[in-house]
Design a protein around this ligand. Structure first.
Ligand SMILES: [Zn+2]
Length: 298
């Protein structure tokens, strides 16, 4: 077979595809590695949570966009040694490459939007509930329980709209009463949809059905909608009428001395399965349970 001189255009075209594919592949890998380095350089669990919650899915979409373009460019090299002039096949291949590249990116976006949030949620939970350390003393802090967990602390409410879609976690150092309050944006993080099982349930609307007063907590209704199957759900939350100082005075010492305790509720957060509640008639029973629970774990 006699060799046919390749058109200059095709030579430059193919060379561009090879170089472009290499650049896009490396770009995708570098973006991924930089994200991992940045994430592991953050030591505070709350900062880690915020960074991953805001950036991880967006970053991975960018990574897969790079890989999609890589695939598109590589498809344009198909039959490189066999064809030497721009003919119909050139445009057929070009069309297939665009379709192929789009498919890779589109499938990745679907996975990242509907499947990946379940995995991300597991990591986020781990960071949200991992024990906090008091930066001043190095002492362990305790997360306040269910009743207070979804409160919107008076002092934390700078403006009325701040109350919406914000969850506050209150950590207390029982040795000296130091309080650390962490803010979580409820509308950003999706929770699990009970209908379809994806982590695509997001807050779409909120209303205060009862304003908190000095004596009674208020009530806030959050309306959720699943962005995948469109099913809806509504949950009521208490709005705390307490202020941060109330938590500061609630040390373990004052708790132990209190003889009027009717019920002690222990709430345990698991990474995989969420929360479990245990109720006891006295503090002693609860302490006994906890010490045995610990030894079970070991
Ligand atoms: Zn759903």
């Amino acid at each position: 077979m006699q060799s046919i001189p390749q058109s200059h255009f095709l030579y430059v075209w193919h060379l561009t595809m090879i170089i472009g594919a290499a650049i896009m592949l490396v770009a995708g890998i570098v973006i991924y590695i930089l994200h991992k380095i940045r994430l592991s350089s953050i030591s505070d669990p709350k900062d880690k949570y915020d960074y991953a919650n805001q950036k991880e899915i967006k970053t991975y979409k960018l990574v897969f966009l790079c890989f999609g373009i890589t695939a598109m460019l590589l498809i344009n090299l198909y039959g490189i040694g066999k064809i030497f002039h721009v003919e119909l096949w050139f445009f057929v291949r070009l069309f297939i490459s665009i379709a192929g590249g789009t498919l890779v990116s589109y499938v990745a976006v679907l996975i990242l939007d509907y499947y990946y949030p379940t995995l991300l949620d597991k990591k986020l939970r781990k960071w949200r509930y991992s024990p906090r350390v008091n930066p001043k003393t190095g002492g362990k802090m305790r997360l306040l329980g269910e009743e207070e967990e979804d409160v919107h602390l008076e002092k934390g409410m700078q403006a009325e709209e701040n109350i919406f879609s914000i969850d506050y976690d209150v950590w207390i150092d029982e040795n000296n009463g130091d309080v650390k309050i962490e803010k979580y944006a409820g509308h950003l993080q999706a929770s699990k949809c009970n209908s379809c099982g994806f982590h695509t349930m997001k807050v779409v609307k909120e209303e205060i059905t009862q304003q908190p007063t000095a004596d009674t907590p208020g009530e806030l209704i959050k309306h959720y909608q699943c962005s995948y199957c469109k099913s809806i759900r509504a949950t009521a939350f208490k709005i705390s009428n307490k202020e941060i100082d109330d938590y500061k005075t609630a040390t373990l010492h004052s708790f132990r001395k209190n003889k009027n305790i009717a019920l002690v509720r222990v709430e345990i957060h698991f990474d995989a399965t969420g929360k479990k509640f245990f109720e006891f008639a006295s503090l002693e029973q609860a302490q006994k349970f906890l010490s045995e629970y610990d030894s079970d774990q070991v």
